[in-house]
Design a protein around this ligand. Structure first.
Ligand code: ZN
Length: 131
């Protein structure tokens, strides 16, 4: 996976759907309530739609009421964060640590035990049910 960062834009366009490309590579945001992952409640792992890296365990998913899949903690080392000062506010952007693809944002208003809410774009992930 570590060579994923070197894949250029044309290659990303070829391997992603237009909506996945818009979110993962252009920091887009899907319309709330549009991801089928919102309703996903089975045990399993949410993986990056860009590179397949494992991001979130279904155990950490919770219903935030926002219309985006939300988690209180990522898998260890799975995501990175940067300060995002667009839209006239400072938010913390979340991306895949393996390929750099944009996933969503993290906010300090989540449930226990972390108090964090990882507000993710469902289109940026795939769900792999536990065997
Ligand atoms: Zn990735």
């Amino acid at each position: 996976m570590s060579d994923s960062k070197t894949i250029d834009e044309a290659a990303w366009r070829a391997r992603l759907t237009p909506e996945q490309f818009r979110v993962l590579r252009q920091h887009g945001t899907e319309r709330p309530g549009t991801s089928k992952l919102n309703a996903e409640k089975r045990p399993g792992i949410f993986v990056c739609a860009g590179c397949g890296a494992e991001l979130f365990d279904a155990d950490t998913k919770f219903e935030s009421g926002t219309g985006w899949p939300s988690f209180f903690a990522p898998l260890e080392g799975a995501v990175g964060t940067t300060k995002d000062r667009s839209l006239f506010m400072t938010r913390t952007e979340v991306h895949c640590a393996s390929c750099g693809g944009h996933l969503g944002h993290v906010f300090p208003d989540g449930p226990r035990p972390t108090g964090l809410r990882y507000c993710m774009n469902g289109v940026a992930m795939r769900f792999e049910p536990a065997a």
